[in-house]
Design a protein around this ligand. Structure first.
Ligand code: M6R
Length: 609
């Protein structure tokens, strides 16, 4: 969590840091700050609250400087407050740092530094780093940073400046991401590429154990011992336009509407309508290896976990493989039993989620291969996996994942079919039928998006409610989970998801006129079962809304309101049923005046445990 930014170059520094922080704000937004070096002094401004508060404060009392750092915080150690906001200073105020991550041994270090005479002014773990750099500073900032980080335990992306070793920003990474941008005589560093894109598409990603030293003359890379490291400078395909709202009120709404394009782009060039084959040479995993696979384990967190749950049905139905789906945060603490016939797939939009990354590391070498599904090129997960399938969703700025969910499901379906073909579990006719159906999905999504106003009108009735139940079965049960997650994270309405058949085992006790139910009930193998589950709710005076096939006349007699969706291959229905649920949650949250793109307490990229 947290976002860090740094700039060194000829332009005015404050606007670049503020614009950059706004683009990083999704990573954390309880306090923010900047530090600028000006004529041998470092000036720091910090505020509690969002970047707009920092911006207003800088307008009132501007800061000058020729280079600097910025930070937007998601609190881990120390409550959100001005004092705990970054940047943090050493005793003299001549060394300043920003940090993303957690220093696990900070209490021990703090006690020792205090005994040595250092004075602490914050409750954060980060402040120890500033004092450690101070302790080791003998004229070279990079040497002092190296000595400081040698005693840190935990995870960190840090950037430091010193008034006594001027015109230099030193960054180091162990865990959370650091990207360096190469402009014309200007250099940036950031927690992700979004702030960099407005300046340059040329970037280098730090690996764990690496440092970058940014100076007006260029960037030097080293390892933590000071040995020179040669980095590849990549030119990104994403452009600045992709991170604008383009007329939509919120990024989330724009991203919901981008889904047909995202599914098309993620499918593009990866299937053949002649041979019926899935073309995934880019995975870098030999089909012979996949032929031997006897089991799949899908690992992820949050929305990506829900994509994994949908993925389970693709692997079972197409590849005929047994599948476990695991939370990254739980998997890493299990007695992990994997073997060389098990395929592990980790799923992460950001490619930086600490728990998913830890699960990847725990699996690597113990299974047939670890594949990654991610939206973020050169992210830690992408770099460490044995093979990667990128979701071509473009940058997702809304904290609530939407288009990356459908992109992840697309990628998982492709991998499942690829494995199925390698194993000979699916013939050409069935493959072709599936691919053809898949290619019709984006158009069907567009039809649903065309009904956005009707979904909005319906959603507005539920603005005052405090609880919601989501029901689905089979491949649509994970969609119910995702619908409930969307509602709770952006509108703060309590929502729970159950497989319809579980209602009678407990949750039905909750049903009354204050507990509406959203039922996902396309005409598939569990349609009749879901109808019975709905009847049980109606018999107890529960209000039921249904997401159902547009030609289903029966359902209209059985429920209070219907959101119609086109019919599709049953396994592909989640691509369609999830769209109304995303819109439903969005319209309720927007009407409640919630901060849809930056819900309270959340951050887009969870790079701490
Ligand atoms: O970047 P990741 O896909 O690994 O992130 C996983 C979760 O943190 C993420 O899906 C989170 O649950 C979102 N708030 C969902 O909207």
């Amino acid at each position: 969590m947290c976002g860090i930014i740094g700039y060194i170059g000829p332009k005015k520094v404050v606007p670049i840091l503020i614009e950059g922080l706004k683009k990083l704000e999704y990573r954390g937004y309880d306090s923010a700050g900047v530090a600028l070096v000006d004529k041998g002094k470092i000036h720091v401004k910090r505020v509690k609250g969002k970047i707009k508060e920092l911006e207003a404060s800088l307008k009132k009392s501007p800061l000058a400087g020729s280079y600097g750092l910025g930070h937007t915080r998601w609190a881990t150690h120390g409550r959100p407050s001005e004092e705990n906001a970054h940047p943090h200073r050493d005793c003299s105020g001549r060394i300043v740092i920003v940090h993303n991550g957690i220093i696990e041994n900070y209490l021990v270090l703090k006690r020792k530094l205090k005994d040595e005479g250092h004075t602490f002014t914050t409750e954060t773990d980060t402040e120890v780093i500033a004092h450690l750099i101070e302790k080791h500073f003998k004229g070279s900032l990079e040497n002092a940073v190296r000595a400081a980080i040698a005693v840190l335990e935990g995870a960190f992306a840090i950037a430091a400046i010193s008034a006594d070793d001027p015109d230099k920003i030193v960054a180091a990474k162990l865990g959370p991401p650091v990207v360096v941008g190469f402009g014309d005589d200007e250099y940036l560093l950031s927690s992700d590429i979004n702030p960099i894109l407005s300046h340059t598409q040329k970037v280098a990603f730090l690996d764990d154990g690496e440092m970058a030293i940014l100076e007006p003359s260029g960037v030097t890379f080293t390892d933590f011992k000071g040995n020179a490291v040669k980095k590849k400078v990549e030119t990104l395909a994403w452009n600045p336009m992709m991170i604008e709202k383009r007329g939509f009120k919120h990024f989330m709404l724009k991203e919901i509407f981008e889904q047909p394009e995202v599914v098309r782009d993620t499918l593009l060039g990866r299937t053949s309508l002649d041979s019926g084959k899935v073309l995934l040479d880019e995975l870098g995993v030999k089909p012979q290896l996949l032929k031997k696979v006897r089991k799949a384990v899908l690992i992820a967190c949050g929305t990506s976990y829900h994509a994994g749950l949908v993925g389970r049905y693709f692997f079972e139905s197409l590849a005929k493989l047994p599948v476990d789906v695991e939370y990254g945060s739980e998997f890493r603490y299990r007695d992990i039993i994997l073997d060389k016939e098990t395929l592990v797939v980790v799923i992460s939009q950001s490619g930086e989620t600490a728990d998913t990354l830890a699960a990847l590391r725990a699996s690597k070498g113990k299974c047939a291969a670890v594949l990654a599904v991610t939206n973020t090129v050169s992210s830690s997960i992408a770099r460490e996996a044995d093979g990667v399938l990128y979701t071509h969703a473009g940058p997702e700025i809304g904290v609530a994942a939407t288009k990356t969910f459908t992109a992840q499901m697309t990628a998982l379906a492709l991998i499942a079919l690829y494995v199925a073909q390698a194993r000979g579990a699916v013939d050409k006719k069935a493959s072709l039928a599936f691919i053809q159906e898949f290619q019709r999905i984006p158009h069907k999504m567009e039809k649903i998006l065309g009904q956005a106003k009707t979904i909005e009108d319906l959603a507005l009735h539920f603005v005052p409610f405090s609880h919601f139940l989501y029901l689905g079965r089979w491949v649509n049960f994970p969609v119910a989970m995702e619908g409930a997650l969307k509602l709770k994270e952006i509108s703060y309405i309590h929502a729970e998801a159950y497989p319809g058949g579980e209602m009678k085992h407990g949750p039905i006790a909750l049903i009354d006129e204050n507990m509406p139910t959203m039922a996902i009930i396309p005409e598939d193998r569990v349609y009749d079962k879901m109808l019975s589950n709905i009847s049980e709710i109606k018999a107890r005076l529960g209000y039921v809304l249904a997401v159902a096939h547009e030609n289903d006349a029966q359902i209209r007699q059985r429920v209070d309101a219907v959101i119609p969706v086109p019919a599709a291959h049953p396994l592909l229905m989640p691509f369609l049923t999830v769209v109304p649920l995303q819109l439903f949650a969005y319209y309720i949250a927007a009407k409640r005046g919630a901060d849809v793109d930056q819900p309270r307490n959340l951050a887009k990229s969870v790079t701490v445990e």
